[in-house]
Write a protein of this length. Structure first.
Length: 200
């Protein structure tokens, strides 16, 4: 008789773990997302989880990102910007992609993510470094193209480069109902362009 409890590996096991993680988050809340609870629901061992993720938070982050992609989201890192575009168009495209992905995250995910950023920054060192690196690369490309086109006279410092992404992130967490095309255009026209186009 075939063994119905055949050992799962690779993608099949990972998806079972992700599904269990998000189910616990939605039904029981972030505090219940522990390796013990996830392992039990996914019918695997805690050692499997410990070997792949440093903390339940990092597991939750990967599970959330996986769901975004599976629901049709596209990572910011996949954005392509053309020299034939404009700074305004590129910033609006960035905002639309960021918001589009933000609305695809699982229920309660963003609240758990941002709460953890404040309460447990030690979980985020590796993740934050990775995100900042990706976000800076995107903004440097956008602004370097604008510099090449003569739209701006200099590259701003890294803090100003990251400001649009941090702003969109704040609103996704606190006022997602306000996020639409008009909101993005107003922010880009009223804040980003005046700051970036200011002469040094």
């Amino acid at each position: 008789m075939e063994n119905n409890k055949k050992r799962r590996r690779g993608e099949e096991l990972q998806q079972a773990i992700y599904a269990a993680t998000l189910e616990i988050l939605e039904n029981e809340g972030y505090d219940a997302v522990t390796f013990a609870n996830v392992a039990k629901k996914a019918h695997t061992s805690r050692s499997v989880l410990y070997n792949q993720w440093k903390s339940p938070f990092l597991l939750l982050f990967r599970a959330g990102r996986d769901q975004v992609i599976r629901n049709g989201g596209r990572p910011l890192s996949a954005l392509e910007f053309s020299l034939d575009s404009t700074l305004r168009e590129d910033l609006i495209l960035l905002g639309e992609r960021f918001i589009e992905n933000g609305k695809r995250y699982p229920k309660n995910f963003l609240f758990a993510y941002y709460s953890t950023r404040v309460q447990h920054p030690e979980y985020l060192d590796e993740l934050t470094d990775m995100q900042i690196s990706t976000n800076l690369r995107i903004m440097k490309e956008i602004l370097a193209n604008a510099l090449s086109r003569g739209e701006i006279t200099h590259l701003p410092d890294e803090q100003l480069m990251l400001f649009p992404i941090e702003y969109f992130r704040y609103y996704i967490m606190n006022n997602p109902e306000k996020l639409d095309r008009k909101f993005i255009e107003t922010f880009v026209d009223g804040v980003c362009l005046p700051v970036y186009m200011k002469k040094s």
